[in-house]
Design a protein around this ligand. Sequence first.
Ligand SMILES: [Ca+2]
Ligand SMILES: [Ca+2]
Ligand SMILES: [Ca+2]
Ligand SMILES: [Zn+2]
Length: 544
Amino acid sequence: MNVRHTTLTAAIALARLRRLLPRRPARPISRTTCANRPLAARCPTSSNAKAVHASRNDQFEARDVILDNNGAEHVRMKRSYRGLPVIGGDLVIHNNRAGKLASVSQTLTHEISIDTHASLSKSEAVLNAGVDFGTAFDGVSDAKLVVYARGKAPQLAYEVVYTGFMPDQTPTEMHYFVDANNGRILDKWDGIHTKGKPGGGGGNGNGGSGATCDTDSVGTGRTLTLGNVPINTSSCSDGSFQMVDLSRGGGYTTDLKNRTNGSGTTFSDADNTWGNNSTSDRATVGADAHYGVSETWDYYQNIHGRDGIANDGKGALSRVHYGRNYVNAFWSDSCFCMTFGDGSGSYLPLVALDVAGHEMSHGVTSRSANLTYSGESGGLNEATSDIFGTMVEFYSNSAYDQPDYLIGEEIYASNPGNSKALRYMYNPSLDGASPNCYSGSLGSLDVHYSSGVANHFFYLLAEGSGNKTFSNGTISSPTCNGSSLSGIGRSKAEAIWYRALTVYMTSNTNYAGARTATINAANDLYGSATASDVAAAWDAVSVN
Ligand SMILES: [Ca+2]
Ligand SMILES: [Ca+2]
Ligand SMILES: [Ca+2]
Ligand SMILES: [Zn+2]
């Protein structure tokens, strides 16, 4: 703990005691007139300025380009205003095959015109965020000016990031957006994306002794949840092996040895047989995670043509044995890594296929639509992970973990008939907290509950409302409008959601926007009849 930390802790404690926030009058807003000037090379083409609500002070930077077979292109861009990042100002420009603008996906509705001089000081912003976070922080960023454009009108705000740990050992990287004029907290969200609670280094390919480990090899994973499976490892010049998947971008799996930070130690082994199907060998759950991530990689590559989390062919770090008796798993944007807890009591280690697929899909979301982990967009972010985690389970089709629309059914030490799960996509309210049907208050729920409506939509779209049999027996799905749906099948449904996520959704997309995005995607891929099926599935969960 340094001097700054100590001083800030005292200030936060005092301010929390008083609950007195500095109040400043808002500065008058100067009006910048729209000049439809030609935009620079980093901007959308000059004729697009009005379509993207660009003022003369906006700058754009391309993050991603998707090319369709017919030559149409979709350019995802970040926006800044007078050099400040615009939170919620991102967009996707859709150009037809002739290179002409066809449409724009965005949530900004008007050009930005705000004064970028703050009347609140940076230290006041840090303090105000700290009043909300509390004194149990490990680190805090400087306050950084941004334009917050997720609300009704864009506002000047400070972004402040507090890091620490929750009481259950989950790390937290809370991003606060503090009004730069009156000090109010406009929004906050966590950079750590968890699996959701029940009931509520580097893969350098080198061995430890200076040996080089640069040859792809296939070993046997004696897993906890999937029996014995082949896993891709690397073989080293000294005859040993490492849990590094050279066939999938060098993704690697480490033992955190019950710590809550660091990259851990890459699993290594003498005979390329990993674990013993029991938690008595630390490598067992390493093999589960390593295999689950490789199956998820293959799912994205073979089904969606995506080359890894960031579509750049690079593998990621998976850390197992996080903390002590930790009953969760999470994705972290800042380490670009997945982390798995050991479970506790009636909960097994959280390394099942749908968990690995869920966490890795958080990475895919963060490198595509980047759905903000707050409000309705946060629910859509969680639903995306549940949808693709489940589709990975169907893709893998293991006899040890039969496919279903349950999330986390394999984390229970005892679960006869798979009667228990964290979430139930076909009937979300079975978890006691997730609504089946949309309402205007959905965005105020925890993102693991506001995801339910999109999970429900996806189930109805893929499978329909009638009886179907999965690992938990014969189920059916209630509709909110009394309609009967027959389902278009999983392969169409997953392709539609993936295209909606990567081509049409942006960081601030809400449920209404998800309806539009999936209808657009269905039209592109399968035509208007399927788009009507998509609309009917949204109608059936009250997203009209
Ligand atoms: Ca071994
Ligand atoms: Ca299953
Ligand atoms: Ca499942
Ligand atoms: Zn999650």
